[in-house]
Design a protein around this ligand. Sequence first.
Ligand SMILES: Cc1ncc(COP(=O)(O)O)c(C=O)c1O
Length: 419
Amino acid sequence: MGKHLAICGGEPVRTAEFPRWPIFGKPEEEALLRVLHSGKWGRLDGNEVEAFERRFAEYHNVRYAVAVVNGTVSLRIALLAAGIQAGDEVIVPPYTFLATASCVLEANATPIFVDLEPDTYNIDPAAIERAITPRTRAIIPVHLAGLPADMDAIMAIARRHNLIVIEDAAHAHGAEYKGRRVGSIGHAASFSFQSSKNLCSGEGGIILTGDERLYDRCKSMHNCGRVPGGAWYEHHVICGNYRLSEFQGALLNAQFDRFDEQAKHREEMGRYLHQRLAKVPGVTPQNRDRYPVRHGYHLFVFRYEASVYGVPRSAFIKALAAEGVPAAEGYVIPLHKQRLFVDKAFGPYTACLQARPDLDFGKLSLPVCDRASAGEGAWLYQALLLGSKADMDDIARAFEKIYEHRDELSEASRQSRVL
Ligand SMILES: Cc1ncc(COP(=O)(O)O)c(C=O)c1O
């Protein structure tokens, strides 16, 4: 262990790079060229997207899939297809990417934010139950970081109150809840293939559902409201062109060949890193022991206790980076505190304002989420978990070193020398 922290001029724990993301090679090159030379570049011309939909649905044990341009549109289409409309309330977590809640506004409905479980940062089923009103129509649980939300509890609430559940699985490709793949548990699920995601094509998304009627509506909506057997210029429902291109389909097919092995590796390394970091005082990895899971590990989330280190999260993250371990502060502004919600800057989507003029998002108190965003939550990105066990040891050593030199860190912070 070095004598000084790297941020104070000492030797870093490591200087080697971690694996870069995305990982690609000849198969991706060949797949893209195959589409190029075929001249069939759109999904209605070729069969790459359709083949990928089948493979992805099968992998998640779901009957139907509709690939779309991103994981924002997939959420919105799933809501519209489920019949969500003006005045309806949809319960969402606040510690997530904007799309989980903005899709509700764009379905002309009202997002209702509820708090998280303190040890997982997933939506808290008890808080969902408390937020239900006669207008509640749906719940969008996010499997945060790839850790499945408590779907048994959520589905039981949904059954009791006749609600639709749309899983936001943007972080959770291949994750499992009690032996079931996420995306197969709710009425529909949404995944993202944006560049950072564990399966990616630059941009992209997909809706999974086992419900034939929902599928038919999603399929029609992503294709300008067209219907099977209808004429090209015949449109039955409002929506648009949200079709994925064949280039993206081909890339996804090639990336999917690599996916399961990568997912298993992330799970193995994530589990190992979890055990190592759980022993470091003031650092608590996301609890993965509430029920049996295969963690999707889009992120490795941990809770940071500033009181143990005497410095704020930002200083700890900088110290980690100096030791050669890139980390992030995560969602530092919870959704209900984003200007968009505080100012109700909802553009043309005003149904929410009319239905619930009493809502004052900025005044919402969601203490677990507020704490996570303000200074407790922190992340490592998935590509680190594609490294070797020796890489995980380096990560753990960086955490341990900072703990052992916490006085040096807090002193440096006090003197504002480097932090
Ligand atoms: C939890 C969550 N939901 C939805 C999305 C939206 O996906 P996309 O970026 O593909 O629109 C993301 C992606 O960043 C996400 O992290």
